[in-house]
Design a protein around this ligand. Sequence first.
Ligand SMILES: *Cc1c(COP(=O)(O)O)cnc(C)c1O
Length: 416
Amino acid sequence: MVKCLQCNELHDPYGLNCKKGDDSLLRTSYAAKQLLPSDMPGIWRYSDWLPTQGIIAQGSGRTVTYRSKELALKLGLDDLWIAFNGYWPEKDAYIMTCTFKDLESFPTMQRLREQQENRIMVVASAGNTARAFAHVCSITGQPLLLVVPKESSHRLWTLHDDTSSICLVTVEGDYFDAIDLAGKISSRYGFVNEGGARNVARRDGMATVMLDATLTSGELPAHYFQAVGSGTGGISAWEASIRLLEDGRFGDVLPKLHLGQSLLCAPLYSLWHGTDMVHAGCPEGMYDDVLFNRKPPFAIKGGVKDALEATGGTIYAVSNKEASQAQELFEREEGIDINPAAAIAVATLIQAVESGNVMPDEKIVLNITGGGQKRMMQDYGQRPISVSLEVSAEDEEAESMVVNKVAEIFGNNDGV
Ligand SMILES: *Cc1c(COP(=O)(O)O)cnc(C)c1O
């Protein structure tokens, strides 16, 4: 069941919005109060606290947490744990799209299957989310419409030979043009939107980062570091911490959230600190534009603001120079390449150490949200997903062109 955080009423497990109209996130309430890891593959190790009945066994990876030696030494930290999300065979890390978006896409897809959803799923994304959904849809065969800004199409690679369940549309325009177009299409008959931060499958999937870090290190950390765009990962880490606290075996203090954004395009930082760190040309100039989200779930009940207040956390802003130095430092010391977004989290940790926001002996979890893409290139051939259609945001026909293309590719889908 899921529960509204405003009115406390229970809703059906697939609900995205409060039926009474409260503007609040719904949160899963699990029967198991203590977390027992299973021996199922990938993320399903934490199936006790995932909102699914069954699993998608193939292709799922999970977070791998380990205690840092080299980076910890450089930063003067005694108890630094790295929650690595990506590909790193020497560490048994097998998230095959190389970011933690796979932690969202697998439970989300599994729930669609359980609902016997045969409408076409629509996902708009600047890249990493699209790649994660393309991966899982190539496994399950669920038809998927991806709407991606043309500039981001380089992030759309796959390891699968058969991508016939994917219709990839690139949009001449920015991320918002892509979201806008995807929104219009998903409200049509025959299409379904997965719900973003409101979908508990996405949040509880991302929450497994904190579950893995806590089970591996034996205790809830004092501090949690992550680079954020929407902040959904931060909300999820808080929700996981609440459950772990109630479990009773891992400590009784919520980890403080330390969330990092990229300077000059930092909407969450601006909302939290009451400043204006968002210029008109955003996401231009960002260290990694996957971290830009114009409408993050900040003030909504159960959102980023509540998560920061409940944990005594804060948000940092990082310059491109700090980010690239942090990236270099991490890669040199830990010996694996990381996604540029993850470098923002490393730089955030460095700021927090320098400003005394964390103490050298405290337990710290650093979420490396993506890594090992270069490492993977040595082992596998990554192929671009072929583009089915290119449209311009300005073209009035764009929406109907996409709908026609989808019909052409997927034929007479039940819903269309
Ligand atoms: C999406 C993403 C983030 C930000 O995630 P939130 O949804 O804001 O929690 C950070 N790093 C990488 C690599 C991502 O793909």
